[in-house]
Design a protein around this ligand. Structure first.
Ligand code: NAD
Length: 256
């Protein structure tokens, strides 16, 4: 065990099960001595999150549906009570309706567009807005994105547009919060088999192409995303903010 995050209090949002990228991140943070709070979306996932979180001694477990402002206000209060000072936020949350993750992007409904953007992009702003006052010793906020923000990826559709909004939000938040020594960055991960990935039609063929064409000739492992997140939360990355860092075996650099 390392000590890069000893004495640091970090909230991890977005664990649904042991395949969640947020869980891989939590393990990397905990290995460096961080004290963690986990949030869960709803009672539907509470049991699973509790069971996982309890394997990391000293963890706090709190509810937070990011579409509900009162939930985020309550989260801020409870983190203040439990931790006093907050040093890091891991935002690993996204959602779009299944019907908006297949076929033509042109068919996206107004409500589907709004929902995907609310949960997958605005939630980062809402969380940063309410939790950054707890970061009185400076801090680091990270979120998860995907290359579909920059390029058209089949079936990714409205989520690609939401990820573009998320990445732009990272830059604006980084600019606003930088003077308080709070950094904001995104990790753009290659495809990983998780619950959220199951919602994307034909995900297996996306994985196959990456394994064939990425410079490292393999898919992305959640643990390597976890370690990059640990780096971005730690002081090792103190000069980096407003950035999107790819952890995808180099796939995004490949042209034809
Ligand atoms: P996941 O399903 O394990 O995680 C998604 C999380 O979002 C879940 O924990 C879910 O409970 C949470 N969530 C959804 N709606 C919410 C709400 N209203 N309030 C609170 N939480 C809510 O899947 P994952 O792949 O670990 O996804 C995590 C992040 O990583 C997402 O932003 C996703 O877009 C991103 N990402 C995933 C991949 C991949 O291939 N899996 C690649 C790049 C980026």
């Amino acid at each position: 065990m390392g000590e890069l995050l000893t004495g640091k209090n970090i909230v991890v949002m977005g664990v649904a099960n042991d395949r969640s990228i947020a869980w891989a991140i939590a393990k990397s943070l905990s290995e460096q001595g961080a004290r963690l709070a986990f949030t869960y979306e709803s009672e539907r996932v509470e049991g699973r999150v509790r069971k996982l979180a309890e394997t990391i001694p000293g963890s706090v477990i709190l509810p937070c549906n990011v579409t509900v402002d009162e939930d985020i206000d309550k989260l801020a209060e409870e983190l203040k009570e439990n931790f006093g000072v907050l040093h890091g936020i891991v935002h690993s949350i996204a959602f779009a309706k299944g019907e908006d993750l297949e076929g033509r992007f042109a068919a996206t409904s107004r409500s589907g567009f709004a929902l995907a953007h609310d949960i997958s992009a605005y939630s980062l702003v809402a969380v940063a807005q309410r939790l950054h006052p707890l970061m009185t010793e400076g801090g680091s906020i990270i979120t998860m994105t995907y290359m579909g923000s920059e390029r058209v990826m089949r079936n990714y559709n409205v989520m690609g547009v939401a990820k573009a909004a998320l990445e732009a939000s990272v830059r604006y938040l980084a600019s606003d919060l930088g003077p308080d020594n709070i950094r904001v960055n995104a990790i753009s991960a290659g495809p990983i088999r998780t619950l959220a990935a199951k919602g994307i039609s034909d995900f297996n063929s996306i994985l196959r192409v990456v394994e064939e064409k990425a410079p490292l000739r393999r898919g992305t492992d959640a643990a390597e995303v976890g370690d990059t997140a640990m780096f971005l939360i730690s002081q090792l990355s103190r000069g980096i903010t407003g950035e999107v860092i790819y952890v995808d075996g180099g796939y995004h650099i490949i042209g034809g």
